[in-house]
Design a protein around this ligand. Structure first.
Ligand code: IMP
Ligand code: MG
Length: 173
């Protein structure tokens, strides 16, 4: 499979993002909320690189059912989101594609009285956004290809890869 972003590049970019967050959130009550399951690697690596106090939490959102690369209806499970009132929140997701997922999650968290809500994505696909949302922190811009690894899945496979690879066209749709 074609490796798009190798693991060293991911790790050094995550370290850069962590530095930006340390600068931006010093002395503020930060909560990182990772969107499961795609952001689990990102949440784990980023959280361990941030040298300011932070809480970590997860929310679940998904829309792919099985072996397809087009999204179905969005399902959100917020049962594990802690109190965020008066706190500064950053929502982390693996990838910004159409923007539906992240904008729905921002709206949901914003209703709970946080001091602020920002967003961070590892990847942003160019030319795919249908909902206007501009992530505050972006790891990499990528072309419009279906990618897997470092949390990203195809039919729940490949999430464990340490790099981001392109799924061959022949294996989907
Ligand atoms: P959006 O709501 O269209 O922005 O889609 C965001 C979600 O779709 C992400 O959290 C991913 O789970 C999934 N997704 C979008 N593009 C890809 C891809 O290339 N590979 C794997 N998952 C993707
Ligand atoms: Mg996902």
């Amino acid at each position: 499979m074609e490796v798009l972003i190798d693991s060293e590049k991911i790790q050094s970019r995550v370290a850069e993002l962590a530095k930006m967050i340390e600068r931006d959130y010093e002395n503020r009550p930060l909560t990182l909320i990772g969107v499961m399951t795609g952001s689990m690697m990102l949440l784990a690596d980023l959280a361990r690189s941030i040298r300011i106090p932070a809480r970590i939490a997860v929310i679940q959102a998904g829309s792919y059912k099985g072996a397809v690369t087009e999204a179905g209806a969005l399902v959100i499970n917020d049962a594990f989101v802690p109190e965020v009132a008066g706190r500064d929140v950053i929502i982390l997701d693996d990838i910004l594609d159409t923007g539906h997922t992240l904008s729905a999650l921002v709206d949901l968290i914003a209703q709970r009285g946080p001091s602020s809500v920002k967003t961070l994505v590892l990847l942003r696909k160019t030319g795919r956004q249908v909902v206007a949302i501009d992530p505050d922190y972006i790891g990499f811009e990528i072309p419009n290809r279906f990618v897997i690894g470092y949390g990203l899945d195809f039919d729940d496979d490949y999430r464990h890869l340490p790099h981001v690879a392109v799924l061959p066209e022949s294996s989907h749709d």
